[in-house]
Write a protein that binds this ligand. Structure first.
Ligand code: F6R
Length: 648
């Protein structure tokens, strides 16, 4: 994006909307379709500021963040340096934070991160880089932090501060409890933050408990602040930060006090804002059937009445008179929305043969469909849509399942060791000869020391095989023959850190090849974009990109893409386009399929902050969907699995 485009966008910022939503949003918001667009825009703002200072022979001081949020900003700045002669010789940087204690040479350190993803690729002067040191003696920390503050001051203060937001609401590592007068200091990390970092450190127990961070006040002292949030998993905290009362419980709310701050986000991260959730509270709406459905469900849940019992008074009292204005009365609207939702419910996820399908979510023909179920991790198929999966097979469709990634980061070391011991014992006793080869002993040694090592390829491969076996067992249990079970091992997932997991051409062509081979009528893919490591997002992008690229092919017109959601997040009722009820027995069968993923049982490596096991989450979620349908006035089912169609 060039400067004039940026200027244009800035001038087009919708002032009237800004005014309308002012009472809810206390930080100005800039929305983008996706994180790439937003990141390029931010990078160009920074580049423009750097160049402006260069014109006056001045330095610019940037406050920088790590984490996944700024990665694409740094990538674009690198591109601008390489292709558009952007120089960083006049740039002084101060990073927000660093884990403590942690040696800067460690791959998990923010020092390594900044050099690896940014500084090593630009012409910044090494002496202009400042990153809090994680390898200080405890007795040195206080003085060091005071000096860090002084150094920022001496450099002229921070011109632009770049921030991400943690799911705990932190900015920098200012966790809940941090007041707005805090300066650079040693802090204790919140549990949620440690969970989110566990992937990079190879397990929660390896994540440091403390960090050195700039304070809230240090951040607020910056002349300008750009804060970013990408993805649905940030939606709840984004709403709190922007619409909540300023409080130390959510330190990002203190940004509301700053005169020159902007929140850049994608539509997924904006999903919980009042203007998106209940736009009728913000101002006059353009009512279409989707928005009307959303409003009717909202009202029904708010007043605790089934849809068909909502009255004109209910609509008027809760600010929805505008909605029934062009209907004869509330009842007419109620019936319309009720029917729409009723038509989402079907026991025939592959379409009901020999029936009129005009009011059904799926086509009746062809009677026997080829179905391709994409599962990002080896257990998402059964966790998220196990009941529907079983039904599709039972109803005679040709069901293929494709495991997109190896899932090899999420197996405990001790489980891997158990399998390797079995392998050795099996050979020694059943086959009768020792297999204690040199490489096997190396592996054992590695496993014994795994706590102190970065997981190596051999160990990762072992873990991948364990998950492969479990996936095969789960799919067979659901009735899929071996030749319809596909393991894709998508390359993006094998990157050294979860932050580096970006979709590549190789991933897309793997996906295209499989789709071309099967020519499915139905594709199911995970659309729960809130998984903490972003794997589902990348996997979905691969499927959408692959299907979009093949759009010209004749057979692809018959290929419908359905999204399901998994353990992390469910669709809102108004988003659901197909809802498959499960009987109590089907629910138990689904549970048994999930149990076959033994390495994920009891305590998975990456449980997130939710204490429940995956099968419990899956059941709670699907029971909740059934309960919500019941409360809206529909029949009572044990559980329901929900889907939404994606038009590519
Ligand atoms: C990183 C930092 C943190 C992150 C936040 C979001 O230097 O200070 O506040 O910005 O945890 O992390 P990501 O971007 O990985 O979601």
């Amino acid at each position: 994006m060039n400067n004039s485009k940026i200027d244009k966008r800035i001038s087009q910022y919708p002032k009237s909307l800004e005014y309308q939503i002012k009472s809810y949003e206390k930080i100005p918001v800039e929305l983008f379709n996706d994180s790439k667009d937003g990141s390029i825009y931010i990078a160009n703002l920074i580049a423009r500021a750097i160049r402006e200072k260069q014109e006056h022979d001045e330095n610019i001081v940037l406050g920088l963040a790590t984490g996944s949020s700024p990665l694409m900003v740094y990538a674009e700045l690198i591109r601008l340096h390489k292709e558009e002669e952007l120089s960083f010789q006049n740039v002084i940087t101060f990073n927000l934070d660093e884990y403590y204690p942690l040696d800067p040479s460690r791959l998990e350190s923010y020092d390594y991160f900044m050099h690896h993803y940014f500084f090593d690729h630009i012409d910044i002067l090494e002496e202009n880089i400042n990153i809090p040191k994680g390898d200080l003696k405890l007795s040195e920390v206080k003085k060091y932090c005071n000096n860090y503050e002084k150094k920022i001051h001496l450099a002229g203060g921070i011109d632009i501060q770049l921030l991400g937001i943690g799911r705990s609401g932190h900015i920098g590592f200012n966790e809940p409890g941090s007041e707005d007068n805090t300066l650079t200091r040693l802090v204790r990390l919140d549990n949620l933050t440690r969970h989110d970092a566990s992937d990079d450190f190879g397990g929660l127990e390896k994540v440091p408990y403390e960090a050195i961070t700039m304070g809230v006040k240090t951040i607020l002292n910056a002349k300008e602040i750009y804060i970013m949030a990408w993805g649905q998993h940030k939606a709840d905290i984004v709403k709190e930060a922007i619409e909540g009362k300023p409080s130390a419980f959510i330190p990002s709310t203190f940004l509301q006090q700053h005169a020159n701050v902007r929140f850049y986000m994608d539509t997924a991260a904006a999903n919980k804002l009042t203007r998106v959730q209940t736009p009728w509270k913000v101002g006059s709406c353009k009512w279409d059937e989707d928005l009307a459905t959303k409003a009717v469900i909202w009202l029904s849940q708010l007043v605790n009445k089934p849809i068909l019992k909502l009255t004109d008074e209910d609509y008027n009292e809760y600010g929805l008179s505008e909605l029934i204005l062009n209907q004869t009365n509330a009842y007419q609207l109620n019936i319309k929305i009720f029917n729409r939702l009723q038509h989402t419910i079907t026991g025939w996820p592959g379409g009901k043969p020999n029936t009129d399908d005009s009011q059904r979510p799926e086509r009746a023909n062809p009677k026997k469909k080829r179905v391709l179920l994409f599962s990002p991790h080896p257990d998402d198929d059964v966790i998220s849509m196990g009941g529907t999966f079983l039904r599709l097979v039972e109803q005679g469709h040709e069901v293929h399942v494709a495991y997109q990634t190896s899932g090899n980061t999420a197996v405990h070391d001790h489980d891997a060791l158990r399998y390797l011991e079995f392998y050795e014992d099996f050979h020694n006793t059943v086959i009768g000869k020792s297999v204690k080869s040199k490489s096997f002993r190396d592996l054992e040694k590695l496993l014994a020391n795994a706590n102190n090592h970065k997981i190596t390829q051999a160990l990762k491969d072992t873990k991948g095989l364990i998950r492969r076996g479990e996936a095969r067992a789960g799919a067979r249990f659901c009735g899929v023959p071996d030749e319809r079970i596909h393991f894709m091992d998508m390359p993006f997932y094998e990157a050294e850190s979860s932050k580096k997991r970006m979709l590549s051409e190789a991933d897309i062509s793997l996906t295209m090849d499989l789709i071309k081979k099967i020519k499915p009528h139905q594709v199911f893919a995970a659309g729960d974009l809130a998984d903490p490591h972003g794997t589902h997002r990348v996997c979905l992008n691969a499927v959408i990109e692959a299907l979009t690229r093949m759009k010209g092919k004749k057979w692809i017109k018959d290929c419908w893409l359905w999204l399901y959601r998994g353990a992390w997040q469910e669709f809102d009722i108004n988003e659901i386009e197909m809802c498959v009820p499960l009987s109590p027995n089907e629910l138990i069968k689904k549970r048994n399929a999930i149990f076959l993923h033994q390495s994920q049982k009891d305590r998975p490596v990456f449980p997130g902050e939710d204490e429940r096991e995956f099968w419990q989450r899956a059941e709670d979620r699907t029971r909740k969907t059934a309960e919500e349908y019941r409360e809206l006035g529909f029949a009572e089912y044990e559980a329901m699995e929900a889907f939404r169609r994606w038009h590519y």
